[in-house]
Design a protein around this ligand. Structure first.
Ligand code: UDP
Length: 485
């Protein structure tokens, strides 16, 4: 695992939010395992939190070819960087971070100096296409884009110009949300307006988030290749469509399981790994140890979701009234408004059967035998983690790709139920009972099948395994063109 001066040197540059950083760190470690030198470029704020809450430094110290560098995301320290405010990061990155990135990447800049070989390729977050202008166009360094959303969501984003042309967008009336959409090839039978990425709900198409994801997606073909955290058996149809436009596509997921499996092949007992930006509360693992098999519903809405007080109370009643055990992650500052004056019956129900933490070791929680279901916001990492752990889902999507993912889980893969756009205590209570009891048998077959397919894809010679090897080969052989200045 030594740095080799003749080995390639990849710069990995994620968009600075939890889900993106976490899975790109996993890719970084996979590359390190193959002897590739890696520089991982974090925003200052993300890096400080990783240092505070994780063991990334000691974990990556095993790889002498690895190092971290940091860059500003251009926002003040007290900016929330979550919920709808996440779009502010796009602007500040383009304004502030892009010119810094250029300086750092130039020969003699801190990314390209010292005894390490020069950067030979960049793996950048697919929603930061300015990296193509800087690295590929200006400096001749190949750029591979990594999109952290599902292939199906990427494909829906890619088809947005068709949806505008066909008149599907902008959505005109609320009551047409259940109409099927024709413009996303391959998904005509199940994708409704309601299931399009949330940004498509903007009544005005000049909406900033809508514009950013649409234009960034259209630029993908300018990169040397596209990396997706998915596997062929899960999203074959979307991958076929994308390949017609972007032939050099690497489906290498589920990355968390892929990394675990390659580490296990090398080490007797790989270290537990966490890339959490909050302190993991491990007391929930002891709480789970005391619970019967498949008796607990795990509730988490990821790192960005903001809950209104009304939603919090409805969800809470649904959980308590279902009379099931529940482990609920309520992130600090994730409930808008007043979190006080909670009805006594909810507090009593929680003392009896519930446990709440501010942040959990999610992969471990999902793998615990006591977990029988996952009430999730359908973030792509969470969805993949649930699939690998063979845990059926109740999907309550918040935004972005989650609307698409939840439709696939409920309607296509049959791995759970989609509760999108509904927050009602009685409906949730019924769905929990269905998930945990009434329809458990019905769900177990597709859930078990998809888990096996996921594991097969990352086993030796599985599709994701082979695709990752191809990516590594391409990185090793990709050549930096002459600098253009
Ligand atoms: N996560 C975690 N502990 C928690 C909640 C979430 O470790 O208490 C992790 C989870 O395992 C996943 C990531 O945070 O890897 C969330 O990513 P996802 O794509 O699901 O959602 P996002 O946060 O991007 O909306």
């Amino acid at each position: 695992m030594d740095s080799q001066s003749n080995s390639p040197h990849v710069l990995i540059f994620p968009f600075p939010v939890q889900g993106h950083v976490s899975c790109m760190l996993k890719l970084a470690e996979l590359l390190c395992l193959s002897g590739v030198n890696v520089t991982f470029l974090n925003s200052d704020i993300i890096h400080r939190r990783l240092l505070r809450y994780t063991d990334v430094i000691s974990r990556f110290s095993r790889y002498s070819g690895f190092r971290f560098e940091t860059i500003s995301d251009g926002l003040p320290p007290d900016h929330p960087r979550s919920g709808n405010r996440v779009v502010d990061i796009f602007d500040s990155i383009k304004m502030v971070t892009k010119p810094m990135f250029r300086e750092m990447l130039l020969p003699g800049g801190c990314l390209n100096c010292g005894s390490r070989p020069p950067i030979s390729s960049v793996i950048a977050d697919g929603i930061m296409c300015f990296t193509i202008d800087v690295a590929k166009v200006e400096m001749g360094i190949p750029v591979f884009l990594f999109r952290t959303v599902s292939a199906s969501c990427f494909w829906a984003f890619y088809c947005i110009p068709n949806l505008i042309e066909s008149g599907d967008l902008p959505i005109k009336e609320d009551d047409e949300m259940d109409r099927l959409v024709k413009g996303v090839t391959g998904m005509e039978k199940y994708l409704r307006l309601r299931d399009l990425p949330s940004f498509c709900r903007a009544s005005d198409l000049s909406d900033q988030a809508f514009q950013v994801v649409t234009s960034e997606t259209q630029e993908t073909h300018r990169a040397n290749g596209l990396i997706l955290n998915t596997f062929e058996d899960l999203e074959e149809s979307a991958l076929i469509q994308i390949r017609k436009h972007i032939p050099n596509l690497y489906a290498i997921g589920p990355l968390h399981a892929h990394l675990k499996s390659r580490l296990e092949a090398r080490m007797a007992s790989p270290l537990r790994s966490s890339n959490s930006l909050w302190e993991e509360d491990r007391t929930c693992m002891t709480w789970l140890d005391e619970k019967a098999q498949k008796s607990v519903i795990y509730v988490s809405f990821g790192s960005m979701t903001m809950l209104s007080r009304e939603d919090l109370i409805e969800l809470w009643y649904g959980l308590v009234n279902s009379k099931k055990n529940f482990l609920w992650v309520v992130r600090p500052n994730s409930v808008a408004g007043d979190g006080q004056n909670i009805p006594a019956e909810l507090l009593e129900g929680t003392i009896k059967r519930g446990y709440m933490v501010r942040w959990a070791p999610q992969e471990e929680v999902l793998a615990h035998p006591a977990i029988g279901g996952f009430l999730t916001h359908s973030g792509w990492n969470s969805t993949l983690e649930s699939i690998v752990a063979s845990v059926p889902m109740i999907c309550w999507p918040y935004y972005a790709d989650q609307q698409v993912n939840s439709r696939l889980v409920g309607e296509v893969w049959k791995l759970g139920f989609d509760m999108k756009d509904i927050c009602d205590r009685m409906i949730l209570e019924t769905i929990i009972k269905n998930l945990m009891d009434v329809k458990r048998g019905e769900l177990s077959r597709p859930v078990d099948r998809m888990m096996k397919l996921a594991r097969r894809s990352i086993a030796k010679d599985g599709t994701s395994y082979s695709n990752l090897n191809r990516l590594i080969e391409d990185i090793k052989t990709s050549k930096t063109s002459e600098f253009l200045f």
